[in-house]
Design a protein around this ligand. Structure first.
Ligand code: PLP
Length: 414
């Protein structure tokens, strides 16, 4: 009798990067050469061509009139924002600091929008002066913006961020539905719209964002349809026609064993229907999708060098010069409930003769600093380069860099 084959869930193949002479290559440059060029480890490297290719894939899958925005909190590195600003239709910022980077990157202020639950007076003033679209998330913001508009003579451009009366099913991180600090509850929106009308702000439309890291096309389709229906209902209370309808995004990328790449086909087909309905029912509206992680996540890697190799009670550890202070999410401490391994490789040994099961840890004095837990990797020695894939989003700026006072990490785009 044959034993049934045990199929362990595997990481999705990380075939977006080339392998040259046994080394991973970023933008065509073999990793050890790139590390020399950067001048240090650890570093993040982002591949320009992969960003370009990703935008092209989205354009091909989506209706031509759909606008594509980059939610820059996923990767605010100025050179990345510069590159994407030329390819997408707009940039979504979440702070006054991000606004500055987006403007410096050359993004058209007309196509920059600003969302966030705690916009300070000074940030609202910056946004009005810049002439960008502000996604209003409270009654206080209406009053502040009315005062700023009066004082400066610049009319604030606003949209209403709606906290919908539904949730994005299967999202890694829910950001709408139920009680939330984001946006204004759908049932309070008619009153808010009346207030916007009375205050003389320039109303432009609605922003709905239900959640993040979703790998189920049918759940994304459902959220987009419900968001559109809700916007249509709320438009009846709007002080002027809807010109801007941001249906959010939330597209996920595969991080963990068993997860697969998102299939855009059904989402694209549905968006084509939505754009058609919008042309009929909200004829002045441009329909926008805003993506962060999906645009940048797969184009970036984190690279850290093996400093030590040790065996503790039969388990092999590769100790690196990086860690959770640079890459909190790979350590499992940025919102994950159960820790799982990101896809990891020894980047200068991509076609190894020998493999072994090891744990990769960082240099920090805490057991949380775990980058790979008992993974099968190429047999590695001090000096080798550990690569963590799917690291182009929520990497360095989402990590506690000052923790333990190690040297800074660098970021490059190749
Ligand atoms: C964070 C955020 C995004 C980006 O989410 P991703 O999952 O990275 O695509 C988009 N819109 C808003 C309002 C956000 O807060």
């Amino acid at each position: 009798m044959s034993t049934p084959e045990r199929t362990l869930p595997l990481h999705a193949p990380m075939s977006q990067f080339q392998v040259k002479n046994g080394e991973l290559a970023v933008g065509g440059i073999p990793l050890s050469r790139l590390a020399a060029r950067v001048g240090q480890t650890p570093f993040y490297a982002c591949d320009r061509q992969l960003l370009t290719r990703r935008v092209a894939e989205l354009r091909a899958a989506f209706p031509a009139s759909l606008k594509l925005h980059f939610a820059m909190k996923a990767n605010p590195m100025p050179a990345v924002v510069c590159h994407l600003a030329k390819l997408v239709d707009g940039i979504d910022v979440a702070s006054g600091g991000e606004l500055k980077v987006a403007l410096d990157a050359g993004a058209d202020p007309q196509a920059i929008s600003f969302a966030g639950p705690g916009k300070r007076r000074s940030e609202l003033e910056q946004a009005v002066a810049a002439g960008i679209l502000i996604n209003i998330e409270s009654f206080r913001e209406v009053a502040e913006l009315a005062a700023i508009s009066r004082e400066t003579g610049c009319q604030a451009r606003v949209a209403v961020r709606v906290n919908p009366d539904f949730e994005l099913k299967s999202a890694g991180m829910k950001m709408g539905g139920g009680a939330k600090q984001f946006g204004v509850d759908a049932e309070q929106v008619p009153e808010l719209l009346a207030e916007i009308g009375r205050s003389g702000l320039a109303f432009e439309g609605f922003h709905l964002f239900a959640g993040s890291q979703n790998l189920k096309p049918e759940a994304i389709v459902e959220a987009q349809n419900k968001s559109f229906d809700l916007a249509l209902r709320l438009a009846q209370s709007a002080p002027s026609p809807v010109r801007f309808l941001n249906l959010g995004g939330g597209f996920g990328i595969p991080y963990f064993p068993g997860e697969k790449h998102l299939d855009l086909t059904a989402i694209g087909t549905n968006l084509a229907l939505i754009v058609k309905r919008a042309a009929r029912d909200l004829p002045e509206a441009e329909v926008v999708i805003e993506l962060g992680r999906y645009l940048v996540g797969e184009a970036g890697i984190y690279v850290t060098r093996v400093v030590d190799r040790k065996i503790s009670r039969g388990q092999t550890f590769l100790v690196t010069d990086g860690g959770l202070h640079h890459h909190l999410s790979a350590s499992g401490n940025f919102g994950q409930v159960i820790r799982k391994n990101y896809p990891v490789a020894i980047g200068n040994r991509m076609t190894p003769a020998k493999r072994e099961t090891v744990s990769v840890v960082g240099a920090l004095c805490t057991p949380l600093d775990l980058l790979a837990d008992r993974m099968e990797l190429a047999t590695a020695e001090p000096g080798d380069l550990v690569v963590i894939f799917q690291s182009g989003a929520y990497g360095l700026t989402a990590s506690p860099q000052a923790f333990l006072g190690h040297p800074a990490c660098l970021e490059v785009i190749v």
